[in-house]
Write a protein that binds this ligand. Structure first.
Ligand SMILES: Nc1ncnc2c1ncn2[C@@H]1O[C@H](COP(=O)(O)OP(=O)(O)OP(=O)(O)O)[C@@H](O)[C@H]1O
Length: 336
């Protein structure tokens, strides 16, 4: 039996700005297996959320091209009715901010119960309440009977995120997308939530897409990592490979901007991800942020190359990349 859960092929998601469409997700191809965590990293504006929303088909007015197969069913062409069935049942999403994901006027228990009812209309009220308590227990909420009757504002941020997770897993989805699930939480609570997600993955045999800008979280949680820059995947590899042998200049810059023990200098990536309208439509999108690298080493239309089995990198510029500080250092030491 195939282990493949999700297969995305040549996915582009474009938004209309003025008279034209601009791709926030550009030609993304990736797969996710059952019981696997795929980390997606990249700076703000690199298209991580746009990709997640495309998979959940949550965009209102976007043009989506390519295919997204969940257990061989194409989500891109799916009717609204079938999508509604799929969402919350086969796939679910955990959002960054638990407060906005919950209804402030509804008791916690009722909110989880509603999610259950949507996909299990034959469940009796008693069965639902029993399952809600079970779910609250599963996500580590103490005194679930008491919390059942509380409102979101009566809980701490960590407890609220546990409730959001309880809703997301209420129907045992096969695909769980977590978009910066711990960003709004403090460090200790962050670790507990990540532990919980890991445990749930094992228990449900679910595939998880974990979106984060935190490389520490990725190192700890992910089996494979996709690095996104300006709407494109620039590198994808197993987590150890990516951390030990990063190839793309952007991946190297990201890793180099994280402080590590014994490192005296940090590399700061100059500039920001260009806005959608200002994205270069041709050539290497990272070229403008590494201007000291000769323009001729970039591909005209960069594609992903499989450099080792399962390790893909975009554009040939990676074979010529060095940090600008290295060149200054070399100059200073009389090396050219
Ligand atoms: N509905 C929309 N209409 C127009 N542009 C959009 C829309 N949604 C996202 N964008 C643009 O698409 C690009 C990618 O945004 P996205 O939110 O996916 O980035 P991100 O990597 O998730 O960033 P963050 O980490 O800040 O959430 C940005 O330039 C953003 O402004």
């Amino acid at each position: 039996m195939s282990n493949k859960l999700l297969e995305i092929k040549n996915l582009s998601t474009s938004f209309r700005i003025g008279d034209d469409y601009y791709a926030a997700v550009d030609d993304v191809t990736l797969t996710l297996n059952k019981n696997e965590v795929l980390g997606i990293v990249g700076e703000s504006g690199s298209g991580k959320s746009a990709l997640a929303f495309s998979i959940m088909r949550l965009h209102n007015r976007a043009k989506i091209e390519g295919s997204i197969l969940l257990n061989d069913q194409d989500i891109v062409d799916m009717s609204a009715a079938n999508l509604n069935k799929l969402r919350g049942d086969d796939m679910a999403m955990i959002f960054q901010d638990p407060l906005t994901a919950l209804n402030p006027l509804m008791e916690i228990g009722e909110q989880i119960s509603e999610a259950l009812l949507l996909h299990n209309p034959r469940m009796t009220q008693k069965q639902r309440k029993q399952r809600v308590i079970e779910l609250l227990n599963l996500v580590g909420i103490p005194r679930p009977e008491f919390v059942y009757e509380q409102f979101p504002h009566e809980l701490s941020g960590g407890m609220r995120q546990r409730v959001v997770i309880a809703i997301a897993i209420s129907n045992k989805p096969e695909l769980l997308i977590a978009d910066e699930p711990t960003t709004a939480l403090d460090v200790t609570i962050q670790a507990q939530i990540l532990d919980l997600i890991r445990k749930l993955k094992e228990e449900m045999n679910a595939g998880i897409i974990l979106i984060t800008h935190d490389l520490g979280v990725v190192a700890e949680m992910a089996d494979r990592v996709a690095v996104m820059y300006a709407g494109q995947i620039v590198e994808i590899a197993e987590v150890h490979t990516l951390f030990e042998n990063p190839l793309h200049p952007y991946t190297k810059s990201l890793l180099n901007s994280v402080p590590t023990e014994g490192q005296d200098k940090l590399h700061v990536i100059q500039g920001i991800v260009p806005s959608l309208k200002n994205l270069p439509r041709k050539g290497c999108r990272f070229a403008s942020r590494i201007p000291w690298i000769d323009a001729s080493v970039h591909e005209e239309n960069p594609v992903l190359h499989e450099v080792k089995p399962g390790h893909f990198v975009r554009c040939s510029c990676h074979t010529h990349f060095y940090f600008s500080e290295e060149s200054k250092e070399a100059e200073k030491n009389g090396i050219s």
